[in-house]
Design a protein around this ligand. Structure first.
Ligand SMILES: [Fe+2]
Length: 407
């Protein structure tokens, strides 16, 4: 909105006398007549010039609510003045221009009205009529300004409601990810870490900020389909049978079905990731055996993040690998299990001597690791004392202790 649209609405409803009025007329006598008439009508905020070349600068400085404009003037006529003001007005402005001229030819009148003037009066002026026209034009001006202000308020409210909706959606997604994790609880904050690692990889790959943020929020839902798996498979001790492996692999399809039909990009991306995060670059993955760039980039990124996080953390069936061991394994799978570009992004994060990529990655991998018994398996830090504000130690829910390795 241009500055002059922020004009205050004169108080007292019909009291328009504090409106800013600019007069441009090369005849000083005409200006004096208008100033006297406006003064008698209690208009207190009036500026004028006899030099039309000053009109633009005055307009910018004074930001008038109404322009009284002569047409026949030296240097610049009234039409040229209007032309110069047009870029200042923009498309959404309403600046009333009242043309006052001795030239009463119909073609002049229609030209003036068609090129921006809102009203037209001929000299010699009937001052009563001039004041009535001024009043009408100012009323229209301030109604317009008030309408613009209300539109701004409404747009602001819509922006706030949209933001609240987005936040509610993110909260629901976060809880859904946690619900999935509750069934498979030994992964701790695995889903959140996968979201953070995915975002880091996406940023390194040069994805725009809004896509990085979407990925950060959607990636934690990659295994949400495990909600649908029966306990005797999800929590089974020991190796899964080939048939159970197939059922477990269906968590990709089940997750995608659970998330399908989303109206917002975040849910649509979560669906895409749930379906494709176990596809392999060499086409040997599941559920559809997609190959290379047939796999959406989101799925290729989350595939690396998911495995990298799993390797660097303790599981019932394996101890945590060091970051370097995990990177070596990921590297070995470049072009086989993983997209080489995503693997390269991970390596560049770790090799970035000047930036803080490695530290950022370490901090992500430590998420949730400082709360368990014993030192952090990533950085060796001891857990912080765990006391809540009411003096009781927080209790972790008693879940079953078995986690199924993703075959
Ligand atoms: Fe999975």
């Amino acid at each position: 909105m241009r500055p002059y649209l922020n004009a205050r609405i004169p108080g007292g409803g019909a009291d328009l006398t504090s409106a800013r009025i600019l007069i441009v007329d090369d005849e000083e006598a005409n200006i004096q007549i208008l100033l006297r008439a406006l003064g008698r009508a209690n208009y207190t905020n009036v500026r004028s010039t006899t030099d039309p070349r000053e009109a633009l600068a005055l307009f910018r400085e004074f930001e008038p609510d109404l322009l009284l404009l002569d047409l026949s003037m030296p240097y610049l006529d009234g039409f040229q003045v209007i032309e110069r003001l047009q870029p200042e007005l923009g498309d959404d402005a309403y600046l009333p221009i009242l043309v006052l001229t001795a030239d009463s030819r119909p073609e002049v009148k229609s030209r003036a009205l068609s090129c921006g003037a809102k009203d037209f009066l001929t000299k010699p002026l009937d001052l009563v009529e001039v004041l009535l026209r001024i009043r009408n034009l100012l009323e229209a001006r301030f109604l317009y300004v008030e309408l613009q202000r209300q539109n701004e308020v409404l747009e602001q409210k819509v922006r706030e409601r949209t933001r609240e909706l987005e936040e509610a959606q993110i909260e629901i997604i976060d809880r859904l990810a946690r619900a999935a994790e509750f069934r498979d609880h030994t992964t701790g904050l695995h889903t959140r870490r996968v979201g953070e690692i995915s975002a880091l990889l996406a940023r390194t790959l040069g994805l725009p900020d809004h896509e990085v943020e979407l990925l950060r929020k959607a990636a934690p839902l990659h295994d949400v389909g495990k909600i649908s798996l029966a306990d005797d498979i999800l929590l089974k001790p020991g190796k899964l049978s080939p048939e159970e492996i197939e059922i477990n692999r269906a968590h990709t399809i089940l997750g995608a079905e659970l998330l399908s039909g989303g109206q917002f990009p975040l849910m649509q991306l979560a669906e895409e990731i749930a379906l494709t995060h176990h596809e392999r670059w060499d086409g040997e993955g599941y559920p559809r055996g997609l190959r290379g760039e047939e796999i959406p980039l989101s799925g290729r990124i989350v595939a690396v993040a998911d495995v990298f996080d799993a390797l660097t953390h303790n599981r019932p069936y394996k101890s945590a690998w060091s970051m370097d061991e995990a990177v070596a394994e990921i590297r070995k799978q470049s072009g086989r299990q993983f997209d080489p570009a995503v693997v390269d992004a991970l390596l560049s994060i770790l090799l970035d001597e000047e930036g803080d990529g490695r530290r950022t990655l370490e901090a992500i991998l430590c998420l949730g690791e400082h709360e368990g018994p014993g030192p952090c398996s990533i950085c060796g830090a001891m857990p912080a004392p765990r006391h809540s504000a009411n003096g009781r130690s927080p209790q972790a829910p008693a879940f079953a202790s078995r986690v199924v390795a993703t075959p």
